[in-house]
Design a protein around this ligand. Structure first.
Ligand SMILES: NC(=O)c1ccc[n+]([C@@H]2O[C@H](COP(=O)([O-])OP(=O)(O)OC[C@H]3O[C@@H](n4cnc5c(N)ncnc54)[C@H](OP(=O)(O)O)[C@@H]3O)[C@@H](O)[C@H]2O)c1
Length: 255
């Protein structure tokens, strides 16, 4: 007998669906977040936007005055730190953990590119300094975060890389090498972390108009826009993990 025959009432819609679709799970509004490089640029906007979203922020950077101003603005804890040494990175994580009680989200955002340099101009000192901040510090911070997030089977680690990972531009050898190294680490972390229920997101921004460069680039992304994309990954429904996020200003065609 036909179920759609004349004179019969139609099936209720929910019976016609293979899988009922409940509302997506909603994030807890009170997660805690450690943000590096929060004194300027993308990191500062991340701190502001995540605070507005209800996150409990711990902010850091080297510039004590800029940090104090941000802390006053948000009423959040923080501590100045130069992440150029392994000891400082580990001490910073411990300070954030003490202040927040637990770290639910780590954003490894601090990074720098001293200058565009041809390979003939490379020095061991420039290599070491770039490695320390762009590679060693985020890896050690991620290790510390993973040690507490893994057993809890929850948490989110965000590594801010660069669209430079998708290309190999001339005169970017040190910066590109370090971001590629962190990209490699992030890929391994992603697999180990997801097995324990911890989310990992690798972010590859194109040009952003921050103090990262000596000259302003108003045609590049505004730092608030760059931060907003990362906030969207952190406020996505619980059943979503964004593994990789690449975004660029419309003027950029290096893809
Ligand atoms: N801007 C871009 O076009 C762009 C594009 C792709 C990727 N990125 C990446 O995005 C991230 C943020 O960049 P941004 O544009 O916001 O740069 P930015 O405006 O130069 O800010 C960099 C942040 O890192 C902190 N920092 C620098 N050296 C540090 C150190 N030794 N120890 C601790 N903190 C340190 C700075 O604070 P203090 O000076 O107070 O220490 C500052 O808060 C970086 O990882 C960068 O590589 C940027």
């Amino acid at each position: 007998m036909s179920r759609s025959g004349a004179g019969q009432s139609p099936l209720p819609l929910r019976l016609a669906l293979d899988h009922p679709t409940p509302d997506p799970p909603v994030k807890s509004p009170s997660r805690s977040v450690l943000i590096t490089g929060a004194t300027r640029g993308i990191g500062r906007e991340l701190a502001r936007q995540l605070h507005a979203e209800g996150f409990r922020v711990f902010a850091t950077g080297r510039d004590a005055d800029q940090l104090a101003a941000l802390q006053q603005e948000l009423g959040c804890p923080g501590e100045p730190a130069d992440l150029g040494t392994a000891e400082a990175a580990l001490a910073l994580y411990a300070a954030a953990h003490r202040a927040l009680g637990r770290v639910d989200v780590l954003i490894n955002n601090a990074g720098f590119n001293l200058a565009k340099q041809p390979i003939e101009a490379l020095t061991p000192e420039a290599l070491d300094a770039s490695y320390a901040l762009n590679v060693r510090a985020p890896i050690l911070l991620a290790r510390e975060a993973f040690k507490e997030m893994g057993p809890r089977r929850s948490g989110h680690i965000v590594n801010v890389l660069s669209s430079v990972v998708h290309m190999k531009p001339a005169n970017y050898a040190i910066y590109a090498t370090m971001k590629h190294a962190l990209h490699g680490f992030t890929g391994c972390l992603l697999r180990e972390a997801q097995a324990l229920g911890v989310k990992v997101t690798a972010v590859y921004p194109g040009g952003v108009n921050t103090t990262f460069r000596a000259q302003p680039r108003p045609d590049y992304l505004q730092p608030a826009s760059a931060a907003r994309m990362i906030v969207q990954c952190l406020t996505a429904p619980d059943d979503v993990v964004v593994h990789e996020l690449t975004y660029r200003p419309m003027v950029e065609t290096n893809f």
